[in-house]
Design a binder for this molecule. Structure first.
Ligand code: ADP
Length: 437
């Protein structure tokens, strides 16, 4: 206001000066001509300033502020300050957006932001992998037009967003996703996706495991309680009593074996390392060859001609013995009477050329179809359930072998020809040799 008054008084003073000078030059019309000339000069200056000001407004940036005079300069200075403040706020906003996107990009979860109409505003690279989006081409399109899973469409269109939704990744990569939508700002939506494939797989394994254990224990328990009822309710001859007691004892042994194997597995899975010692594998193999004779009860030909002397490994003798013994027991179990079981222990090289000991048990038994081989080390996986149970198997033996072998940085290899026989091999690093882990 003060500046305006100042400007007006300058203009008035100039006009007054023009009138005084005009009348001094000549009286009458001279003074009026001077006045008119000054007025025109002032108007002209004003027009030039106004034009420069308008040009600036057309290209309104901080870089091209014009040089103005009078009230126009005052207005330009004020606008300059407003523009500068606006630019500062814009910069702060864009910095905040950049830091939000950088943080969202670094998240292990997928993040998609949607506008009020459900159109994609932005998504991070994990969301692109999870939901099969392409940021460059999908921006501005409705998310439900791209992720067409009916469950997802129903979830996003509904209002039960406090719950998460579990879906298969639309990229058909076998991944299972947990998805949750969260509302924010002005009806905008954040869609979060998390890969829960591993958790779901573990959960399925846990369910299967409990079902399997319950089933394995239920069968012998049912048999046992059946016999107990018979003992209680029926008069039995001494021969029948002996026969039934023997059958009950078998079932009890079966349960005992199962519980023992379960305890072994759980100890192995708990990760607690057994005490490490130098294990003489050669002595162990010879001892197991004798044991095989006893388990077989003379029904098989046991050959142990290729046992190299003094092969040593580092680890738990008890665990290695249990792994070797499992292979021998299986060979006896799955080889018909009259078959041959061959044990060897030799020094060799693994796939990387590292020196190893190789313990093999080869039988001339029933063999295994190739499709079963990769699954044999799963807990409770059996090719022939009834055969395994009849022969006292728990379905946990090879799972235990696999665990023990990998705890000792070794490998279990299985080769088999159905109807001809199988070879199970345990490779272990030799003691005293440095092995890359
Ligand atoms: P089980 O207690 O049933 O023997 P394992 O885990 O030791 O359980 O073995 C899993 C399955 O692998 C067995 O049920 C059997 O079908 C198969 N198997 C293991 N060893 C042999 C073998 N030497 N010959 C044929 N099949 C075998």
């Amino acid at each position: 206001m003060l500046t305006l008054l100042f400007q007006l008084s300058i203009h008035a003073a100039l006009l007054l000066l023009a009138a005084v000078v005009g009348s001094a030059v000549g009286d009458g019309p001279g003074s009026w001509l001077g006045l008119l000339f000054m007025a025109l000069l002032l108007k002209g200056l004003d027009l030039v300033n106004r034009h420069k000001f308008h040009l600036w407004l057309d290209d309104f940036t901080l870089e091209n502020v014009p040089l103005l005079a009078g009230v126009w300069d005052d207005m330009a200075a004020k606008l300059f300050r407003v523009l500068k403040l606006q630019q500062k706020q814009q910069q702060a906003l864009s910095n905040a957006l950049i830091s939000f996107r950088t943080a969202a990009q670094a998240l292990p979860d997928g993040v998609v932001t949607l506008d009020a109409a459900g159109h994609i505003i932005w998504c991070n690279s994990t969301a692109q992998k999870h939901l099969g989006l392409r940021l460059t081409s999908d921006i501005g399109f409705p998310l439900i037009n791209i992720v067409r899973d009916p469950q997802f469409v129903h979830y996003l269109s509904g209002n039960a967003w406090e719950q998460t939704l579990v879906i298969h990744s639309p990229r058909s990569n076998g991944k299972i996703l947990s998805v949750q939508a969260v509302g924010y700002g002005d009806q905008q939506v954040l869609v979060l996706s998390r890969d829960i494939t591993k958790i779901e797989r573990l959960e399925a394994m846990r369910r299967d495991f409990i079902a399997n254990v319950s089933h394995e224990l239920k069968t012998p328990l049912t048999v046992l309680s059946g016999f107990l009822e018979t003992f209680r309710d029926m008069p039995l001859s001494p021969e029948q009593r002996t026969q039934y007691l023997e059958m009950m004892a078998n079932q009890a042994v079966r349960m005992q074996n199962l519980v023992e194997d379960l305890l072994t597995l759980s100890a192995l899975e708990s990760g607690t390392q057994a005490e490490s010692e130098t294990v003489n594998l050669s002595e162990l193999a010879l001892h197991l060859a004798n044991e095989a004779q006893q388990i077989s009860g003379g029904q098989h030909r046991i050959v142990a001609e290729q046992i190299e002397h003094n092969l040593l490994a580092q680890g738990s003798e008890q665990e290695i013995r249990s792994a070797f013994s499992n292979l021998v027991t299986n060979a006896v179990r799955y080889t018909p009477q009259g078959g041959t079981i061959r044990l060897t222990l030799q020094q060799g090289e693994d796939d990387l050329g590292q020196p190893i000991s190789s313990f093999t048990v080869t039988d001339s038994g029933i063999g295994i179809q190739p499709e079963h081989i990769p699954r044999l080390t799963e807990r409770f996986y059996r090719v022939d359930r009834s055969r395994s149970r009849e022969s006292g198997g728990t379905g946990l033996g090879l799972a235990i072998v696999k665990h023990i072998t990998s705890r000792h940085h070794g490998e279990l290899k299985i080769r088999s020809t159905p109807g001809t026989g199988s070879t199970f091999e345990i490779q272990l690093p030799l003691a005293g040799v440095d092995h890359p882990i």
